[in-house]
Design a binder for this molecule. Structure first.
Ligand SMILES: Nc1ncnc2c1ncn2[C@@H]1O[C@H](COP(=O)(O)OP(=O)(O)O)[C@@H](O)[C@H]1O
Ligand SMILES: O=C(OP(=O)(O)O)[C@H](O)COP(=O)(O)O
Length: 395
């Protein structure tokens, strides 16, 4: 795999370099609540800019539906990137249209541009190879070399992650290399007990991973939006909680095969609405009222999870235990995160929101062995899957 250092050694003065970053940061309106993913890619952007490249950064933000949606504009990210780099950033209001072309053409050596959200274009995430390829052609036409430093998106077979690499000389950025190196420690023979903690809201993505991960781990603790499909599979009512109805049978099968290694919450903070000021109570996990939704794990669950973590030698955590962005539902995430910081072993937390939770809840970042920018990407890597973005860089 060629790397950014190889590209820098070739010389980039005056060359247009397309940098795929994962700038999918959490937003509250248009305010960035955690800029960790922007900071993570700064060394790459800075190195290219200082070497005289014309740097064109691209990223997705959220999951817009293949068309422009102002809610998911990268404009606030451009402003923050400019502040952190301490230089003006040219922002294109489209990704491969007139604005992007004119911004790319107007860059001088060392200049940095950010293009609008890749996912405003249906071709980016299309399952149709020709449609994806056509979009990748347009992206590739903007530059002469491609650097992938979007670790958080390397598990996606998307145009900017996969197809564009086949169209330009391609190089792995420092963030991607470092993440693969550190996470590699978990793919061999991790010290045991090996405990994985899963939560968050990308339920269908992550349920698919559990199957492959289960034989490798000693305990799998499931909280967040993930746990309700399992609770339902055990025959409990989950009210209006997040539920992946077509995965209930899969969860039942996983519970049967896990022989007690899957640990579920025993209590839940159930709320009348998805809002900070909603009525809420701690209820038993098998007693969620029909008109309520579970927005956090309860204190007994935190204690149960902490007990399972206490003797662990290796821990991987992805996905908040609750809606930590709203204060009444942050205790579960905080409690489990604190338990992980006390583990005497190698601990990794991965995922845009999980890493943001560590920082915004004021936990000690140094107490974790590694904070990864990728949740789904880390999980699929741990699962032993070939990640499309990595495969594309290797070809
Ligand atoms: N019980 C729940 N119901 C709905 N959303 C939840 C619940 N628990 C956690 N979440 C949400 O999950 C989101 C993060 O999920 P995800 O993207 O899977 O994690 P990560 O970015 O760390 O990989 C957070 O925004 C959080 O509010
Ligand atoms: O936030 C991300 O992943 P994560 O929530 O698994 O950490 C990445 O930006 C990938 O986003 P996606 O899951 O919408 O493809």
């Amino acid at each position: 795999m060629k790397t950014l250092d190889d590209l820098l050694a070739e010389g980039v003065e005056g060359r247009r370099v397309l940098v795929r970053a994962d700038l999918n940061v959490p937003l509250d309106g248009n305010k960035i609540t955690d800029d960790g993913r922007i900071r993570a890619v700064l060394p790459t952007v800075r190195a290219l800019s200082e070497a005289g490249a014309r740097v064109i950064v691209v990223s997705h933000l959220g999951r817009p539906k293949g068309a422009p949606d102002p809610k998911y504009s990268l404009e606030p990210v451009a402003a923050r990137l400019g502040e952190l780099l301490d230089r003006p950033i040219a922002f294109a209001t489209d990704t491969v249209g007139e604005s992007a072309k004119s911004v790319a053409a107007s860059l001088a050596s060392g200049d940095v541009a950010l293009l609008e959200n890749l996912r405003f274009n249906a071709g980016e995430t299309s399952k149709d190879e020709a449609e994806r390829g056509a979009f990748a052609d347009e992206l590739a036409a903007l530059a002469e070399a491609y650097v992938d430093d979007a670790f958080g998106a390397v598990h996606r077979k998307h145009a900017s992650v996969y197809d564009v690499a086949a169209r330009l000389p391609h190089f792995a950025g420092g963030l991607v290399l470092r993440e693969l190196e550190v996470l590699g420690k978990l793919t061999g023979q991790p010290d045991r007990p090996y405990v994985v903690v899963l939560g968050g809201s990308k339920v269908s993505d992550k349920l698919a991973v559990i199957e492959a991960l289960l034989p490798k781990v000693d305990k799998l603790l499931v909280g967040g939006g993930m746990c309700f499909t399992f609770l339902k599979a055990q025959g409990h009512e989950v009210g209006k909680s997040l539920l992946e109805a077509d995965m209930i049978d899969t969860c039942r099968d996983l519970l049967d095969r896990a022989a007690g290694r899957i640990v579920l919450p025993v209590d839940v903070v159930a709320a009348s609405a998805f809002a900070a000021d909603a009525d809420h109570d701690v209820v038993p996990a098998d007693g969620i009222p029909a008109d309520r939704l579970g927005l956090d794990i309860g204190p007994d669950s935190v204690a149960l999870f902490a007990e399972a973590l206490a003797g662990a030698r290796t821990v991987f955590w992805n996905g908040p235990m609750g809606v930590f962005e709203l204060a009444p539902f942050a205790a579960g995430t905080r409690g489990v995160a604190e338990a992980i910081t006390k583990v005497d072993g190698f601990t990794v937390v991965g995922g845009g929101d999980s890493a943001a939770a560590v920082r915004t809840l004021g936990l000690d970042e140094e107490a974790f062995g590694h904070i990864s920018t990728g949740g789904g990407a880390s999980l699929e890597y741990l699962e032993g899957k070939t990640l499309p973005g990595v495969a594309a860089l290797e070809q």
